[in-house]
Design a binder for this molecule. Structure first.
Ligand code: SF4
Length: 180
């Protein structure tokens, strides 16, 4: 699994400068993908293809649609009372550069915290480095690891299988502060 994931992380989904590929529109007032009321950004594209994935329609790198990041910022600005933004997928870390830009903007302009889901683990992202690691360093929390059908556990907070972890991170360094 380690080598499989490490080989998949370089498969970054290329987009024109200033754009990100999404699988659906922005959401707000979501309470199931992180602490507090949250905006949700649904990215398109995932190379991991976990058995039992709930969103296989998000795997393709061609489906979904290109959204202009500046337009997304305007939409996010209009959402009131949100604690933060969560990146869901699809796999946010294959669009790491665009996600980092949005994450940093949410923090500096809106004062929000930023969470992300990923089928990659913290260790894999750190080992690979580059843009995915830079995006991770912009986060306050990461729910990490692939979905493993044999380990499915619906009682877990924010997670689908027991191998997945909720990591609280030190923003700016990517250091793990706590593991659930
Ligand atoms: S990493 Fe997530 S989106 Fe990708 S296949 Fe696995 S469960 Fe589905």
């Amino acid at each position: 699994m380690h080598d499989y994931l490490l080989n998949n992380l370089p498969k970054q989904l290329e987009t024109p400068e200033g754009y990100i590929r999404l699988s659906g529109p922005l959401e707000h007032d979501n309470i199931v993908n992180g602490d507090g009321l949250r905006a949700i950004l649904w990215t398109q594209g995932c190379p991991n293809h976990c058995k039992g994935c709930q969103n296989p329609e998000t795997w393709s790198y061609e489906d979904g649609y290109l959204a202009k990041i500046d337009d997304l910022k305007e939409e996010l600005k209009a959402f009131k009372g949100q604690a933060g933004l969560t990146f869901c997928g699809g796999e946010p870390f294959v669009q790491a550069k665009a996600c980092k830009e949005i994450a940093d903007w949410c923090r500096s302009e809106l004062g929000w915290n930023v969470w992300s889901f990923s089928g990659f683990t913290h260790e894999i992202i750190k080992e690979y480095g580059k843009e995915p690691w830079e995006f991770l360093k912009s986060l306050d929390a990461l729910i990490d690891g692939p979905f493993i059908l044999e380990k499915r556990d619906l009682s877990l907070r924010f997670r689908g299988s027991s191998n997945q972890r909720l990591l609280k991170l030190q923003s700016g360094t990517g250091k793990i502060l706590s593991i659930e």
